[in-house]
Ligand binder design. Structure first.
Ligand code: RBF
Length: 168
């Protein structure tokens, strides 16, 4: 099975001035942990400092859009202005209709945040038919690509190209 990534990055980005928020669900935590590792690997690769990475968790993916918005507000009150947020969730199809509803509301919620907030909100949600599919996409099997890395790279690129500091 071909696991595609973002392709070759178009510039060598310097993320050393960026502040990035990661908000993750706790459902399917083994897979989530691997995706977070992938995100952190790429953020660090682009020079984002440890102290400029802010991590918070929520129970499940449904909570991600609301929490991402409030997370930004909360940090803002502390004088921390995020440049991008990466919400991370793993949805695995079960025997109820919950999968469809949660996928739909989470995806729409994250998309709407991109309109509401002035910073890029990355789509760090896996929607999988099986646990094995999710493990493959999270790079939990040897030699496979971890999609978390793509989300880290996308956050840096989007924050630099289209983030809150454009035109300053
Ligand atoms: N949250 C996830 O992040 N991934 C899931 O696969 C997932 N499946 C769920 C299946 C059912 C039947 C229910 C009731 C909830 C599920 N949730 C899942 C949790 C959901 O995102 C949310 O945290 C809870 O519904 C509380 O608002």
């Amino acid at each position: 099975m071909a696991i595609k990534g973002l392709g070759k990055i178009d510039q060598n980005y310097d993320g050393s001035n960026l502040k990035i928020g990661i908000i993750h669900a706790r459902w399917n935590s083994t897979i989530i942990d691997s995706l977070i590792k992938g995100v952190l690997l790429k953020l660090k690769h682009y020079g984002v400092k440890d102290g400029n990475i802010f991590i918070e968790s929520v129970p499940g993916s449904f909570e991600l859009p609301f929490a991402a918005r409030r997370f930004k507000d909360k940090l803002s009150l502390e004088g921390i202005e995020l440049d991008a947020i990466i919400p991370i969730g793993v949805l695995i199809k079960g025997s109820t209709m919950h999968f469809e509803y949660i996928c739909d509301s989470t995806t729409n919620g994250i998309m709407r945040l991109n309109d509401i907030l002035s910073i890029p909100i990355i789509f760090g949600v896996l929607t999988c038919l099986t646990e094995e599919q999710a493990e493959i996409r999270a790079g939990l099997k040897p030699g496979l690509h971890n999609h978390g890395e793509d989300w880290g790279a996308a956050a840096v690129e989007m924050a630099i190209k289209f983030g809150k500091d454009i035109g300053k």
